[in-house]
Design a protein around this ligand. Sequence first.
Ligand code: KIV
Ligand code: NA
Length: 276
Amino acid sequence: KVSPMTAPAIQARKNGEKICCMTAYDYSSGVIADSAGMDLVLVGDSLAMVVLGYEDSLSVTMDEMIHHVRATRRGVKNALLVADMPFMSFRTVETALENAGRFIQEGGARAVKLEGGVPVVPQIQALTDAGIPVMAHIGLTPQHVAKFGGFKAQGKSVEAAKALIEDAQAVEAAGAFCVVVEAVPVEVAQLITDAVDIPTIGIGAGNVTDGQVLVYHDVLGLFDRFTPKFVRKYAQQGKEAIEVFGQYINDVRLGRFPGDKNTFYLSDDVAAQVRK
Ligand code: KIV
Ligand code: NA
């Protein structure tokens, strides 16, 4: 039996075997990600877009997140289960403690993720002190999309690159056990990775980080509204499902489904008596 992954075990993989992370949002996606051997499963606030159909991630609430963390918990046996703190759920140290506590107690998560660098140091510190491992998230932080003016790569100027390195060092000093680095030039991702002793988990940060994370629906081709440059679609399951459902519709209309194998029959004597 494989022992369940822990935050310290993830942290110890710095410069070691690459850390493989995937999002999941419910029991069945949790089972699939976990069975594949993911080290870490994140119930991301990308839930808002890929599962709940919101425009962006700003609308999803703590209650909605908890509902999905609980479902995912039932499917994930070995990977470290991390819950993503939604917009405004960690605006103060107190709200961060209360909401992260709910993810652990009600949701069954073993760690939380929150967006931001230097500005959220007090929250990361307080959660870590409370015994809640924190995955930080810097670079393109989608909860700040209005401030960035769109989903654009970050850290592209000298000042911006240096600010990202400072963010990484600040979240490390505050106690984060790893840090997601999203949508930054690979050279900057390398500098960040070299500047901290905690693992960097890249998404759109090139192949120099200590691990990678992608969104479940992007990898499987289940979400077509937009696809960032950093996604590799390994399958077209949305397209395949539409084709398969088309076959089912056709079979039903033509009377080819259900077949014998899908049908219950009475035993011969009961059938004879019942017809009398
Ligand atoms: O919400 C999410 O899915 C994320 C990952 C892409 C890091 O934050
Ligand atoms: Na997120």
